[in-house]
Design a protein around this ligand. Structure first.
Ligand SMILES: [Zn+2]
Length: 303
């Protein structure tokens, strides 16, 4: 046997071992990176996590590509945000995947927003005006206290569909909750200078972060969630910002920086890009880095 074929055989043996563990790992289809990160925290080696979108993509606007359908077809559980964030693509994927295990209503379909109380639930719904948050604000991942509640519910669900590893999910959930609880104390102390700070935002994506840290959203670049601003609206906004004493303009990693940069420049305040989810910035490698980085970036802007 030559060196080359010897190595090839070895690689094949290794691949076979990796591909056939004693208990097959649960296939998790995570709609957004934060849920992929959470499933990894809770599942460890018991889960194979596929993340359908990246932090550089707008989760409201995803193409239902064949590659995603194929992934959902082999999934044991789909973990999504819900509250209609994925209304433009998940229903198509669910239908086309023909996978009975992950259909809404069953244990293999998990929505984070079903586990918590949503903010900004409209009292009067008018889709014709283009509001893409008809079920309330879906962006719950920006408050780690919400993540704690969602983590407990997800661990419970993973144990339900994979009872052989129930003890492991429960143990990991406890460890994650302890670590997150300690981190929340630290973040709250560090973020004290942010309390009462007024900010302008691009998209209504931060209400959970702001209600946690005591910040105030005084204006939005989008007149309604998902609706781009017109000239008259922008002119009014530029007029209002100094009166509102806003300290910064916040936008997400996936958004075009031109509108926030323009508004920031005209009103002489900084434009601050926040990761919005895991992977949005270099430092937001996991859920802890995600919150670390958001708080650091906000603090830098008020210094
Ligand atoms: Zn949104």
């Amino acid at each position: 046997m030559t060196m080359r074929t010897g190595l090839a055989v070895l690689a094949l043996v290794a691949a076979t071992i990796i591909a056939s563990p004693a208990h097959a790992a649960l296939n998790v289809f995570a709609c957004e990176p934060e849920w992929g990160a959470l499933a990894t925290e809770l599942g460890g080696d018991n889960v194979n996590v596929f993340v359908a979108t990246t932090a550089r993509q707008d989760p409201h606007q995803i193409q239902a590509r064949p590659a995603l359908i194929a992934r959902l077809r082999s999934a044991d559980i789909a973990v999504c945000t819900g509250a209609e964030l994925e209304i433009g693509w998940m229903p198509v994927l669910l239908r086309q995947s023909s996978n009975g295990k992950v259909q809404p209503g069953g244990p293999g379909y998990f929505e984070a927003t079903q586990q918590v109380r949503l903010l900004e639930v409209p009292t009067r719904l008018d889709r014709a005006e283009g509001d893409i948050h008809p079920g309330g604000n879906p962006h719950v991942q920006t408050d780690p206290r919400y993540m704690r509640v969602i983590a407990a519910a997800l661990a419970h669900r993973l144990a339900q569909i994979d009872p052989a590893h129930a003890a492991s999910y429960s143990q990991r959930a406890k460890a994650f909750d302890d670590k997150l609880g300690q981190a929340i104390q630290r973040w709250q102390t560090e973020a004290a200078p942010l309390r009462g700070v007024n900010v302008v935002i691009y998209h209504k994506a931060w209400i959970y972060l702001f209600s946690w840290l005591g910040m105030h959203e005084v204006a939005t670049i989008e007149p309604k969630p998902g609706v781009p601003p017109g000239g008259a609206y922008l002119a009014q906004l530029l007029d209002d910002i100094p009166k509102q004493q806003a300290r910064m303009v916040i936008y997400a990693a996936y958004q075009d920086s031109r509108a926030p940069d323009f508004v920031a420049e005209k009103t002489h305040i900084p434009a601050v890009m926040l990761p919005f989810t895991v992977g949005g910035t270099e430092r937001a490698k996991d859920l802890f880095g995600f919150f670390d980085d958001m708080i650091e970036r906000l603090l830098k802007a008020v210094k």
